[in-house]
Write a protein that binds this ligand. Sequence first.
Ligand code: HPA
Length: 249
Amino acid sequence: MLAIIGGSGLTKLPGLSITHRQVIRTPYGEPSGALSFGNLDGHPVVFLARHGYGHTIPPHKVNYRANIWALHAQRVTHVVSVATVGGIHPDLGPGKLAVPDQVIDYTHGRETTFDDYTEGPVTHFDFTWPYCDDMRQRCLQALAEAGESCLPHGTYGAVQGPRLETKAEIDRMERDGAHMVGMTGMPEAYLAREIGLCYAAIAASVNWAAGRGDSATGISAQEIEANLENIVGRMRVVLTRLACMDYGK
Ligand code: HPA
């Protein structure tokens, strides 16, 4: 089954008819909220609002382990994250979409593994390609079917937040090879890998990153809001295309 993790602006999934909500207890504490089970255009999906349904949980306080564990416990196999980002690459101005294929993790102090290493040998998971290619291809297909153009690859720079970056930080990230910047991509992508979920992200640019384009002198909160609204409507179509695909049992 497909799970959708909604980021900023996507605390509710338009078009989702909810059949039931379920509060899941996990060994890692509370997920961001109850899981919403329902249908998009008649196709089953599970939805979770990453920042809580009232958008009250900041990126550094999201319980990523509980969220991913809860989805896995409900027999989810595939996860798409809808992630808002600031655009660093010239093709990622506000309103543009990308399906990243790489990550640079600048976060700190987050719980990054399910394994507490109290027993058994230490294991190291391969993370050379941090996103599941099967899910990435599905995202690319769904975007094409929805008539959306996108950057079909790119490096997601995951920052700690909740503050936005300085221009110098974005300059450094650009030199590192980051094409977009967001606050929630890690450790979520890694935890999905560790637990065996096929996970990919659709990144939606809601602003130019600090010091770029019309964010040369600052990032406008109103601009972010306006772009978010536009993107949520478009995402509904894309996510419905994704929901139509076969995810097995
Ligand atoms: N920086 C970090 N995270 C973000 C941004 C940004 O500019 N825009 C949306 N999420």
